[in-house]
Design a binder for this molecule. Sequence first.
Ligand SMILES: Cc1cc2nc3c(=O)[nH]c(=O)nc-3n(C[C@H](O)[C@H](O)[C@H](O)COP(=O)(O)O)c2cc1C
Length: 194
Amino acid sequence: MSFAPWRSHLSRALHRNRSQPYSRYLQLATVDTQGLPANRTVVFRGFLEDSNQLQFITDARSNKIAHIKAKPWAEICWYFTKSREQFRLFGKLVLVTAADLEPALQLARQQAWQKLSDSTRLQFSWPKPGEERVTNPEAFSPPQPSAKEPIINFCLLLLTPEKVDHLELRGEPQNRCLYLLQKDQTWSTQSINP
Ligand SMILES: Cc1cc2nc3c(=O)[nH]c(=O)nc-3n(C[C@H](O)[C@H](O)[C@H](O)COP(=O)(O)O)c2cc1C
């Protein structure tokens, strides 16, 4: 596996903005089952080993799951405030659920779970996301799940980019570069007008 040419720019942005924890927050847009846009903030959880796939985690009971199952297309939009640059990555999402039989993906799911804090792990045992608020406070203090084995509600989400649009506000004039994945799985790189 060779690193995509946009990887070094994204890694540099993550490094330059590392003092700001919210640099790992980005917006992930999907298409809902009516064909309408749906957007939300998620946390970047690093790249899947030996791949250009970005890792996220989510709850198997959340609304986005139905969107992804019907249409796997997604775009993320990520702005780094310190270095003043935006990355838009378009591609397909892969859901890694408890039912996934691919050993490497199941291992990645397990490792993602093990890296979480206890409080984040607990959220996957909260009542179903998006439903009417459960008023019993005990529902939000369930028993602490195992730190080793992910619970069934825990999903790893992978984005396989096919198009990356990198805009740097710094510079007069600004710089914008488009990376496209070709049929032969190599990347084209083109400087475009901002
Ligand atoms: C700073 C921040 C980080 C978040 N991180 C995640 C995350 O990593 N995964 C996730 O599924 N939701 C995360 N959320 C919650 C989502 O934005 C969203 O509310 C939730 O996933 C339900 O979305 P859905 O109904 O479109 O499925 C985060 C929200 C905020 C404000």
